[in-house]
Design a protein around this ligand. Structure first.
Ligand code: SF4
Length: 377
């Protein structure tokens, strides 16, 4: 902390007062704001975890329309929900959401829990989401703490305790709770979130036009870019995915569901060969052990190889390429036992990782022959 206790107490009072005034003139009109329906609020909060409002909005509208109540969602088929979630990332959110909807229907007689402790126990609901639902739906006095709140509070109060360490998390949670406007906790929580999104933004906060600029510590000390502090740098793993699209004689392609505890669990994919440090090429794919086995057992004729595609996830960078080949026998055998055949024109019915959809869209738009270099073995 960069200043005295007296100043701190003064700033606590000023912060809440100014923030609530700011909110009066800066309300963001969002479709989940004018409701106290806990289900709708929960839906919006789960969709917005790790997601920008602009990106989450169309998903919220789709889900709210298709599943207007918790029972509608609980009765939805898994694949349908995953398909609707496609492209939003962090797919565990969709799985947890389904699990929770079914739990509420089965164990809680379809009634959404109404206390912070019960809400917090729901699968996929952390401290932040529980505080948001408790305050927005039931007016309970719980302050939200997320990336916006860390940023605003660390700058305004000049706190340089790392936000990714237990000590920092505790300090910010206590301060956030102390600042809460108890006559209307939901409105206060919305205000601080909106303030972080619109005013005290990560890259270029609007300090010259900020009602808090006279007492903001980071503004006075020129430390805006340095706050909040994190102790660890984000380490990204790089992975190389070589997809092989196997076409059957009857115009089908082979697909499988990703079951492993990994990214994209429960989505569908083509045959995937992951390699250690680079992608395969049309010259090297024939040397891959699995491809050698396939070539030994089945007649395989390669059609094409794509260029490189990239998808950036929070903790992983995925590089991918796509090979297409015809496989002679339609009945599948031990090497391909987890695959099933679908008509190629029905691929859109399956929830696929974004990088596969990007490849398929490219192929469709550009025409396979132009976009792909023709090969090969
Ligand atoms: S003055 Fe700038 S850094 Fe301080 S609270 Fe306002 S927008 Fe954020």
């Amino acid at each position: 902390m960069l200043y005295s206790n007296t100043q701190f107490v003064r700033n606590v009072q000023e912060f809440t007062q100014q923030l609530m005034q700011w909110q009066g003139g800066n309300k963001r009109q969002l479709p989940w704001k004018n409701t106290t329906d806990a289900y709708i609020i929960w839906l919006s909060e789960v969709i917005l975890q790790q997601t920008r409002v602009e990106q989450g909005m169309p998903y919220f509208l789709k889900f709210a329309e298709r599943y207007p109540s918790v029972s509608h969602l609980a009765n939805a088929p898994d694949d349908e929900v995953m398909h609707l979630w496609e492209g939003l990332g962090y797919y565990s959110r969709a799985r947890n959401m389904l699990h929770t909807a079914r739990f509420i229907m089965k164990e809680l007689n379809g009634v959404f829990p109404q206390t912070y402790a019960e809400i917090r126990r729901l699968k996929g609901v952390g401290d932040y989401t529980a505080a948001a639902i408790a305050s927005f739906a039931f007016g309970l006095p719980y302050a939200v703490v997320d990336g916006n709140v860390y940023r605003v509070l660390s700058r305004y109060f000049g706190i340089d305790t790392p936000i990714d360490l237990p000590q920092g998390k505790k300090q910010f949670a206590q301060l956030a709770q102390q600042l809460l406007y108890t006559p209307n906790p939901g409105l206060y929580n919305q205000a601080i979130m909106d303030f972080g999104n619109l005013q005290c933004t990560p890259a270029k906060p609007n300090c010259s036009n900020c009602p808090l600029n006279g007492s903001c510590v980071a503004n006075a000390a020129g430390r805006i870019a340095a706050l909040p502090v994190k102790s660890k740098k984000l380490v990204r793993k790089t992975r190389f995915f070589n997809f092989l699209i196997l076409h059957t004689p009857s115009g089908g392609v082979l697909l499988r569901k990703r079951m492993a505890k990994d990214i994209w669990e429960n989505l569908y994919e083509f045959l995937l060969l992951e390699t250690d440090d680079q992608l395969l090429t049309h010259q090297t794919i024939g040397n891959h052990p699995f491809i050698k086995q396939l070539l030994n057992h089945y007649r395989l004729t390669f059609r094409s190889a794509s260029g490189m595609f990239k998808q950036q996830l929070t903790h992983q960078t995925i590089y991918a390429c796509f090979f297409e080949a015809d496989i002679a026998q339609p009945e599948f055998f031990t090497l391909l036992q987890h695959f099933f055949e679908i008509p190629e024109n029905e691929i859109n019915r399956y929830a696929l990782p974004k990088i596969i959809n990007t490849y398929l869209a490219n192929r469709k738009n550009d025409g396979a022959a132009q976009q792909l270099q023709l090969p090969l073995l």
